[in-house]
Design a protein around this ligand. Structure first.
Ligand code: ZN
Length: 277
């Protein structure tokens, strides 16, 4: 079965809790790690969904066009990378519209797929799905059905869903979890991919396959750049950001060999509606 391969396109300094001054002074390193990721996907004939921060799309128009023309799906990762549940619906609407416009200006296509910063669609910010539907988004993958200090809706279903909102339906593919010795654990991406041994990740994907539930794998380009600068920030975020970065590339080669992946939109449409041409 095909799982969703997703990439949150942001530089190493965009998704960490540092001051705006430190962020402004940081050296950009996005292009080389993103190039490596694109080469790895190409070598395994794999297409993915790339969720661009609006500000990144504005700074790197050629990257958006290169990725779109390689057949990947281009999605939106918001503008500020701030937590949704700390925003008003009005601010969220304005900055998401701005990001979607910056992206679609580069691709010439409307943006249909969304991933929230820090997976921050929670019960407190569930209104975001209605806002997204109202802005024309069709797919979302922002809900993590776990308990985490920063995100999670533990009782959210584990499989693809149509979520009805007053502004219309939106298709949700929740981030992947597994019940393991009585606990629900997150399984397939980012820091979890670097923390767990590869065999465990592989077993988690096989367990999902057995239940006919597509996994959502997610990665950031900076996870393929183990030499990016070390700066100080809140320890819980620091540990997961820098842990075992040197393992990402070799593990990713194995993952892309062992499993079949597709962009989020294709996985959702196929899972929810079957093959329709
Ligand atoms: Zn992010």
């Amino acid at each position: 079965m095909r799982h969703a391969f997703t990439v949150d396109v942001e530089d190493w300094c965009d998704g960490i809790p540092i001051s705006p001054e430190v962020r402004r002074a940081a050296t950009p390193r996005l292009e080389s790690s993103l190039g490596l990721l694109l080469d790895l996907l190409d070598a395994h004939s794999t297409r993915a969904t790339f969720f661009f921060l609006g500000s990144v799309a504005e700074s790197y128009p050629q990257l958006v066009r290169r990725i779109a023309s390689a057949g990947h799906e281009i999605g939106c990762h918001g503008w500020s990378h701030d937590l949704l549940y700390e925003m008003s619906p009005e601010r969220f609407r304005e900055e998401t519209r701005r990001a979607a416009e910056a992206i679609s200006e580069r691709t010439g296509e409307p943006v249909r797929a969304y991933r929230a910063a820090y997976f921050s669609v929670t019960r407190k910010s569930f209104w975001a799905l209605e806002e997204l539907a109202g802005l024309g988004f069709r797919y979302d993958s922002s809900i993590f059905p776990v308990h985490n200090w920063r995100y999670g809706i533990p009782d959210f279903p584990r499989s693809p869903q149509v979520v009805e909102t007053p502004s219309g339906p939106i298709l949700e593919l929740p981030l992947s979890v597994r019940e393991f010795f009585g606990r629900t654990i997150p399984v397939t991406g980012g820091a979890y991919f670097r923390i767990y041994p590869y065999r465990f990740t592989r077993g988690n994907l096989l367990a999902l396959q057995e239940k006919s539930v597509p996994a959502v794998f997610y990665l950031h380009p900076w996870e393929l750049d183990p030499k990016h600068p070390r700066v100080r920030f809140y320890w819980k975020a620091w540990i997961t950001h820098y842990f075992n970065l040197g393992s990402t590339e070799s593990r990713l080669r194995r993952l892309l060999t062992d499993f079949e992946f597709a962009p989020l939109g294709e996985v959702l449409e196929h899972e929810l509606f079957g093959d329709r041409t």
